[in-house]
Design a protein. Structure first.
Length: 45
């Protein structure tokens, strides 16, 4: 039983870190998108 509990804890930990990673990726994507639009705006001017 103790082993099963530990395995479950590990699984939930993995899920949590995966969520964090996707959140970071999304934030990075947003940042790059903003940069791209800024550059385009500067070129137009």
């Amino acid at each position: 039983m103790a082993k099963k509990k530990a395995a479950k804890k590990k699984a939930t930990k993995k899920k949590a870190t995966k969520k964090k990673a996707t959140k970071k990726k999304a934030a990075k994507k947003k940042a790059t998108k903003k940069k791209a639009t800024k550059k385009k705006g500067a070129k137009k001017r």
